[in-house]
Ligand binder design. Sequence first.
Ligand code: DUC
Ligand code: ZN
Ligand code: ZN
Length: 489
Amino acid sequence: MTNPAYDLVIRGGRVATASDVFDADVGILGEKIAAIGSPLTPGKREIDARGKLVLPGGIDSHCHIEQLSAAGIMNADTFESATASAAFGGTTTVISFAAQHVGMNLTQVVEEYHALARKGAMIDYAFHMIVADPTRETLENDLPALVKQGHSSIKIFMTYERLKVDDEPLLDILLTARQSGALLCAHAENHGIISWMVKRLLKAGYADPKYHAISHARISEAEAFNRLIGMAALIDQPIMIFHVSTAEGARVIREARGQGLKVFAETCPQYLFLTADDLDKPGLEGAKWMCSPPPRRAADQEALWQALALGDLQTVSSDHAPYRFDDTGKLRAGRAPNFKQIANGLPGLETRLPLLFDAMISKGRLGLEKFVELTATAPAKIYNLHPRKGSIAVGADADIAIWDPAREVTLSDAMMHDRTGYTPFGGFKLRGWPVTVLSRGRIIVSDGKRSVEPGSGRFLARSGGEAARPTGRLAADVDPEQNFGASLL
Ligand code: DUC
Ligand code: ZN
Ligand code: ZN
């Protein structure tokens, strides 16, 4: 008898990519997908996937793991708990953050996050580097070297007192990103508008969690998007705008993309499934739904779905930012905080894909191929993990989630595997669940049980790739050929 050609065959399922849906077996050899066909010869092991959907494992390209906030609060998850939670929700790759704070050396920061991930991660991972202190040392020495080492995306904040970078240093960072071939990602909200609103609200005695949503005035988003896009256009640097929450914000992105600017953008489940009314609960309960930007209105949800359909937004990430509802997290300032004293952030690594599957496949909004595109293929392409990650294809890593489209689940706090202690989506009744999850050919979750050890995830070194490549069209003000004969860059 000849040796089986495959270590594992996923047999009889319906396979989906971002462009096609078809019935096929998937043969895995070692860590890779070796064949897709029907019927494949028997493997050493087999998974019966009849009646199931065989999809690429999700890529969550925006999640905060084991991260220290600027206020000094450690978020609730370690790499171990966060990546376990991701895996139970069908996600097999995360891009989290290595977060610099003022005074910190960025190279050292990145090393520290590497050490944490090496110890705890159960699925593969990469890092965006948060730059909060754009000193000459950071921009001229650390950043270019770190990009070369495979950290090809930078994140900046335009708001948050201790993280924000103002326009002039932001231009310096955009230029450094351009010169080193990295994508620039941004949390874009107008800091002055928010802090002005906060002061007025608190002075007038409006301190409950629901006023957090009001303090992030809608215009603070579109204004910051416009300003950032203008600065990025000046020096021809591709950007990714994180967590779009308003219809006006989505319109600004549509307009920029219509002009041929390299502007990518994402939204998150909290902006598709929650509204500002969720923050309006008795006492402090609404703090559990506090994130920045805040959930908005039903009309914004519709506008964001439309922006996803049109391609104006290309990915849906979780922005997992877990803080417990106790004195280690949300209530660190005591039992009677005003909204400004409450940590911003929601857990979402585990619920991102089931929420989207229910909306897009079970309820039919945009469909299966678009689900795969938004949650796996597009983030793989934008962050240059493709073709290794993000698709079911011969030669790709065998990162696969097998979904039971008929399984009905009501989300609850108790069933989550992260350490937040609650889910803001508790009570949501969903149809469709990832029952078996593979990472590089290993079965890591099966029927609600984990079978993978902390520390077995791998770092994914990335170069900038196509998304980070400038268009070659500098604005005339800085372009020597169009203007005055000398380069300003
Ligand atoms: N927004 C949040 O809600 N939490 C973490 C950081 C952020 O930008
Ligand atoms: Zn953010
Ligand atoms: Zn975030």
